[in-house]
Design a binder for this molecule. Structure first.
Ligand code: BT5
Length: 259
């Protein structure tokens, strides 16, 4: 991957500016700094290697050279999108899942921010915001996809099983094509973000739906129950062991099957 090849594969999409790095700390850090300097909507930072890739709560995201996709999108919400900012994680997850499904993979969304294939994590998403006073000025959507098997971290680094597109497809697809497909899907889904149809599409792709899961959050005791769907703001609805519905809001949530 290099900037010219990348620009060629992304040339038909209505993007802002594109910055490409052979190696970088974190594409989200770069995008956050860039976004604070008025970069246009849908600008993209992409890197071949991250040396300080981040997950939520400063967990590490593994992105060794030449094996993965690591990119960050600067999204400047329109006035129509502003009431639906909590759905942006769904927008990103749906864009990844839908574009992988187009390749025949059974990609599903582990709420809130992972994409799984056969219950193994192939993609992690990190949403961060740039604030201007009390308002969100723009949102940075960071997406990491394991393309070659070399991008899958050693077992001891994992809290949840992981996989790569190479392992699932039998060969590693072209990274330029994958990033193009994800961005095209995101651009296509974006105008629907506030609709019921969008919520339904998101809900239909939830992983572990109907299965008994345990959800751990920082603030509340663990919730055990079955995933029943999503609230309008994208929060998760769980039916607990007493048959009551409990809403799990965003935050640092760890969801795992109770197998
Ligand atoms: C995430 O966090 O899954 C969000 C990851 C976002 C990464 C992208 S890459 C582009 C952009 N730039 C950045 O610096 N970040 C974004 P979380 O749910 O907290 O999961 C983190 C956990 O996933 C780690 O603690 C590991 O257990 C595991 N992990 C790390 N690297 C992985 C990988 N390549 N594949 C699967 N699991 C991984």
């Amino acid at each position: 991957m290099n900037l010219n090849e990348l620009k060629k594969s992304l040339s038909k999409l209505p993007l802002g500016d594109i910055r490409y790095f052979d190696t970088i700390g974190s594409t989200n850090d770069e995008a956050l700094a860039w976004a604070a300097n008025d970069t246009p909507d849908l600008s993209v930072v992409i890197a071949d290697e991250q040396t300080a890739g981040r997950g939520r709560l400063d967990r590490k995201w593994f992105t060794p050279k030449g094996t993965a996709l690591a990119f960050s999108i600067v999204l400047r919400p329109t006035p129509e999108e502003r009431p639906h900012l909590t759905r942006i994680v769904g927008l990103a997850a749906l864009a990844v899942a839908e574009s992988l499904r187009e390749r025949g993979l059974d990609a599903r969304i582990k709420w809130p921010n992972d994409v799984l294939i056969q219950n193994r994590k192939v993609c992690g998403i990190l949403i961060e915001s740039v604030w201007s006073g009390e308002d969100i000025d723009c949102v940075v959507i960071g997406i990491g996809v394991n393309v070659s098997q070399g991008s899958v971290p050693p077992e001891e680094m994992l809290q949840f099983p992981a996989t790569s597109l190479e392992a699932e497809l039998g060969q590693a697809p072209d990274r330029g094509e994958i990033v193009r497909d994800i961005l095209a899907a995101l651009i296509g889904l974006r105008p629907n973000i506030g609709t019921d149809e969008f919520l339904k599409q998101w809900e239909d792709l939830l992983a572990l739906r109907g299965e008994t899961v345990q959800v751990e959050t920082e603030k509340t005791p663990p919730v055990m129950g079955q995933i029943s769907g999503l609230e309008s703001d994208g929060s998760l609805k769980i039916r607990n062991e007493h048959g009551e519905f409990v809403t799990v809001r965003f935050g640092d949530v760890r969801l795992r099957p109770l197998a």
